[in-house]
Design a protein around this ligand. Structure first.
Ligand SMILES: [Zn+2]
Length: 312
């Protein structure tokens, strides 16, 4: 049996695991509700989930050479979890349980945004590059930075928090982080919907139903809604500035746009590229901006890759 590696994405509601070949082919997947991950019984549920995937391939625990876990919150370069949200997890306990259950496996723990960036570099839009910035445009705006093939964790586990980069010091409303003028306020799904509703109110226009999130605003734009157009222009302008500032600090080879909002990349992508180019120093103007390819699987790809890299 050839060597296998497991990537496991531990989110607030679901644990999603993938069994991969060492060359990055996704062979099996499994999922389970997360629950609290604080004792041996709970850790064993995760090991059992891995066991199901292995059994489906006629493999067993001795075939596993790497286990990567990605999770929300701040994770230091050594895998220490220093801050987490909406999830009860003892990552050190889970990791040591899995190391005992799969003794051949190297283990890695990383932040979910960083894992998604590594995943896109390994098997997604970033294939062939080794320095990329993934921007996850979801309920908030997260990101992951990979430089020279290595994920940048940062001294406090906060590297790449570009969603909270200030792109409008004159903003009066507060971001979820408490600051004002964060990129997240213009480019997250939440921000796009809020800005759209405010634009409609200011214009005395009736907003479309936005219960589906930002996709409703992109649909309204396609249908010619001027309030939607102004909000998407604002998004491209502010996100373009955020990417320009990031390029000037990091100078990556590629930007990748992921998260639910990136499903509308065909609507905003070209304008985002223009507003990026207009606001960045000339040496960085040609850095490509592309949509992500792996969707919600990017994190487990990246976790698996990171475990393989630790083994080497
Ligand atoms: Zn913020």
């Amino acid at each position: 049996m050839p060597d296998l590696v497991i990537g496991c994405d531990v989110g607030g509601t679901l644990i999603k695991a993938g069994l991969f070949s060492t060359s990055g082919e996704l062979l099996e997947r499994a999922r389970h509700t997360t629950g609290a991950l604080l004792d041996e019984e709970a850790y064993q549920r995760v090991a059992d989930l891995f066991g199901e995937m292995l059994a489906a391939r006629g493999a067993d625990g001795d075939d596993v050479v790497g286990i990567g876990i990605d999770t929300p919150g701040a994770v230091l370069a050594d895998g220490t979890h220093v801050m987490h949200y909406n999830i009860e997890i003892d990552i050190a306990g889970l990791r040591s349980h899995l190391e005992r259950a799969f003794p051949r496996a190297a283990s890695a723990v990383l932040n979910d945004g960083n894992a998604a960036a590594v995943g896109e570099m390994w098997q997604g839009s970033g294939r062939g590059y080794d320095s990329i910035v993934l921007v996850v445009l979801g309920t908030g705006v997260g990101s992951g930075v990979v430089i020279g093939g290595h994920v940048l964790a940062g001294a406090h586990g906060c590297a790449g928090e570009i969603g909270h980069m200030c792109v409008d010091p004159a903003e009066t409303r507060r971001c979820s982080c408490g600051k004002r003028g964060c990129a997240e306020q213009y480019a997250s799904s939440t921000g796009i919907v809020r800005n759209y509703r405010e634009a409609c109110e200011a214009a005395g226009a009736e907003p479309v139903d936005t219960s589906a999130g930002s996709i409703a605003v992109f649909d309204a734009y396609r249908a010619g809604d001027p309030c939607a157009a102004s909000v998407i222009e604002l998004m491209c302008d502010r996100l373009g500035l955020c990417l320009a500032n990031t390029a000037e600090a990091i100078d990556p080879e590629l930007f990748v746009m992921g998260g639910g909002v990136s499903g509308s990349f065909d609507v905003f992508g070209e304008r985002l590229r223009e507003r990026y180019r207009d606001q960045v120093i000339s040496a960085c103007r040609d850095i490509p901006i592309e949509p992500a390819q792996l969707g919600n699987d990017a994190g487990m790809y990246g976790a698996a890759y990171e475990a393989l890299r630790r083994r080497a």
